[in-house]
Design a protein around this ligand. Structure first.
Ligand code: MG
Length: 383
């Protein structure tokens, strides 16, 4: 029988969270639930011990209900003490220790870890480092490791329980506990050099706030504005505004604001990608404050909202459907205006303009519709 030990007694301090990061949601489920699912599905695992802090114990016990093999074990003041407590409770002949905050571990990695223990007596999940690793003293690089012999150590780390427990007992007897960052270190000191097996870069540990957000988010927005009909008393202007650019036009768009239908679609795409409400929520057209509003100013405020959620645009792709006016001479000006507002290079803003082949309200020249798509990237510095 094999026991998985999942230390989950940390706090969220490095990520700036008040709560334990393994309880934070990731793609709709707590991080720890992802990690548990990976282990619960592997052949041979008969027991999963989740090491938790006293204050998280009730939450974690609730979270463990769908996993009959799993139970909570009280952690200690340090990772060393936490794993030691679990080792004493474990019943498996083989133990796999895995960080609760590495939810992307796969069934294959876990199975490879077990196979390594059976073949080599131990198995430390590791990936080759692609950067040179410097050894520094007083801020000066005094040596560099040879890249072909340098690995980043992950978890799971697998051992025969009695050997790892004996190593832990010796470390306690000799008061060397604080010199180890993981189980492989304890085992290397008191048993033998543990065997490495291949992990994967995706099997990363969630450490910082941005680790909890997907790298990119897509957003989509649409807006339509009607033209004034001939007998409707259009205001005495001779342009429409698209992307902050005034474009000569016989027909005038109806609007509460400046009628920048392109910027409205773009703002909805940005807000939607960031998981926020639509522009009607932030800038209601029942509010006199937005009468005649400059949509480029509203776009600047939307950019602030998106940034506050921890995102910035990566690119925007916009499609304008209009029978009139003719847009092609103004596309470059619109692109410049938008790339400046979005903090992007011109090549990251694509604008297509077409007619609707005389079909429907667009084809009849009754209005303009704009579709906008944006991609947001996660900002490294989330406030
Ligand atoms: Mg609108």
């Amino acid at each position: 029988m094999i026991t998985a030990i999942l230390p989950a007694a940390g706090n969220g301090s490095r990520a700036g969270f008040a709560e334990n990061k393994v309880l934070r949601e990731l793609n709709g489920l707590p991080v720890l639930a992802h990690t548990l699912s990976a282990f619960a599905g592997v052949n041979g695992i008969g027991e999963i011990l989740v090491v938790c802090r006293e204050q998280d114990e009730q939450t974690i016990k609730t979270l463990l209900r769908p996993f009959p093999l799993a139970r909570a074990v009280r952690g200690g003041a340090t990772r060393f003490e936490s794993v030691y407590n679990a080792l004493k409770e474990a019943k498996g002949e083989i133990v796999l220790v895995h960080d609760g905050a590495r939810p992307f571990v796969t069934g294959k990695i876990i199975a490879d870890c077990i196979a390594s223990v059976k073949t080599n007596g131990s198995g430390i999940c590791a990936v080759p480092v692609t950067d040179t690793v410097a050894i520094a003293e007083n801020g000066r690089m005094v040596a560099a490791t040879e890249r072909k012999n340098t690995y980043a150590v992950q978890t799971p780390q697998g051992f025969y329980r009695e050997k790892l427990l004996a190593a832990y007992e010796r470390a306690r007897a000799e008061h060397t506990e604080t010199s180890f960052t993981d189980d492989g270190g304890v085992y290397a000191r008191y048993v033998e050099a543990p065997a490495l097996f291949a992990g994967a870069p995706e099997n990363r540990k969630l450490t910082f706030a941005e680790d909890f957000y997907p790298a990119a988010r897509v957003g989509f927005g649409v807006d339509t504005h009607a033209f004034y009909a001939e007998d409707e008393g259009a205001p005495f202007i001779n342009f429409v505004t698209l992307g902050g650019v005034r474009i000569p036009s016989d027909k005038i768009l109806k609007a509460h604001s400046d009628g920048d239908v392109l910027v409205h679609a773009l703002m909805d795409a940005l807000l939607s990608a960031a998981g926020l409400r639509d522009i009607g929520y932030y800038f209601p057209d029942t509010d006199a404050a937005y009468a005649g509003a400059d949509s480029m100013e509203l776009l600047a405020r939307v950019m602030e909202l998106v940034k506050a959620e921890g995102f910035a645009p990566q690119n925007a792709s916009i499609s304008v459907l209009a029978e009139t006016p003719r847009l092609s001479p103004y596309i470059e000006a619109i692109r410049r205006s938008l790339s400046q507002a979005l903090g992007l290079s011109g090549s990251a803003v694509g604008i297509a303009a077409g007619t609707n082949e005389k079909l429907g309200y667009i084809g009849e020249g009754k209005g303009i519709t704009v579709y906008a798509t944006v991609l947001l990237r996660t900002l490294i510095e989330k406030e």
